[in-house]
Design a protein around this ligand. Structure first.
Ligand code: DOR
Ligand code: ZN
Length: 347
């Protein structure tokens, strides 16, 4: 008999964009409803590069939530060419941030101040290796000669492989993997290398970008790939390997900024993230592995205690709305207008 409900240890989101100001107020409650903790990306404008900026941002996130939400934001530091090893270590030792994020310059939203050459941040990375701080990586090269669909595979081959060779003990999370090459690299690397996987890269292949017309709400970075890559990423997520864990990369942009002649990259998947992942795990016959992926592997990799308490997913259809409007901001959620077969039970 099919399961009627599924209880899981309270899960975490190991990669999310919560933004700031009115957008923060609009989106943070969605993440806090689904997850106990989340790794919060630092690509604000200006980016979060100092301990003081991260502490201030953390306070604004908590201020956007109900006092009893129980949600814990896990902050990150944005690496620039000028990254200061002392400042990075201080934020880590003072428990202000748990990781630093490498954005190759101009790879994605608010990455103009990212790293132009990885050699520039070797002093910072060596310090992080010494203090066992995690490096989160946006793994795409940005040279114009490389096809946008190949940017991740080329990054793995040219940049990540060298990084792992030069800094063999550095703890690295390759974020939002989209390719067979990335999944294979992580699977065969040492235990200090892991990856997060988003719902969209499990559900969509690149046909989704052009299904009946140009589809801005399927556009994120790294861009969705061919079907064989989607299958490889699904296999990795549902394999039970502790190297792969949940990171939504929920990245809200207002509807008008997505539906534009130059639409922003990012998919707002926070409202139905667990329902979306559960659908995939069930389709793959791996629903018993969802708890490891969502609630255990990430915390173990980061060396953080597992959450107490449980959430329940009921096998009840849920209709994903076409739009979610909060505080005057209109957002189009992932799976808009579709029906999913699981629903997160209210507490
Ligand atoms: O699609 C994306 N959106 N990918 C990223 O790497 C950044 C994110 C954003 O901040 O909008
Ligand atoms: Zn992201």
């Amino acid at each position: 008999m099919a399961l009627e409900s599924l209880a899981l240890r309270r899960p975490d989101d190991w990669h999310v964009h919560l933004r700031d100001g009115d957008m923060l107020a609009a989106v943070a409650p969605w993440t806090a409803r689904q997850f106990a903790r989340a790794i919060v990306m630092p690509n604000l404008d200006p980016p979060v590069t100092s301990v003081a900026a991260a502490a201030g941002y953390r306070a604004r996130i908590l201020g956007a939530l109900a006092p009893d939400s129980g949600f814990e934001p896990l902050m990150t530091c944005y690496l620039t060419d000028q990254a200061d090893p002392d400042e990075i270590e201080r934020g880590f030792r003072e428990h202000v941030w748990v990781a630093a994020k490498l954005y190759p310059a101009n790879a994605t939203t608010n990455s103009a101040l990212g790293v132009t050459d990885i050699a520039n941040i070797y002093p910072a990375l060596e310090r992080m290796q010494a203090c066992r701080m995690v490096l989160c990586v946006h793994g795409e090269v940005t040279v114009p000669q490389v096809d946008v669909f190949d940017r991740e595979a080329v990054f793995v081959e040219r940049v990540l492989a060298r990084l792992v060779r030069d800094l063999p003990e550095l703890r690295i999370v390759l974020e939002h993997i989209t390719t067979q090459e990335a999944a294979d690299f992580v699977e065969h690397a040492g235990p200090n290398i892991a990856a997060t996987i988003t719902p969209q890269h499990l559900h969509l292949n690149r046909n989704a970008l052009f299904a009946g017309g140009l589809r801005p709400h399927a556009y994120c970075l790294p861009v969705v790939k061919r079907e064989r890559h989607r299958q490889a990423v699904r296999a990795a997520a549902t394999s039970g390997s502790p190297k792969f864990f949940l990171g939504t990369d929920s990245a809200p942009h207002p509807r008008h900024a997505k539906e534009s002649a130059c639409g922003c990259a990012g998919i707002f998947n926070a409202p139905f993230a667990l329902e979306s992942y559960a659908t995939v795990f069930e389709e793959e016959g791996a629903i018993d592995r969802l708890e490891g992926f969502a609630s255990e592997h990430g915390a173990r990799f980061y060396g953080i205690e597992l959450n107490q308490g449980t959430i329940v997913l009921d096998r009840v259809d849920v209709e994903v709305p076409e739009r979610i409007t909060t505080g005057g901001i209109e957002l189009v959620p992932f799976h808009a207008g579709q029906r999913l077969g699981w629903r997160l039970a209210a507490e």
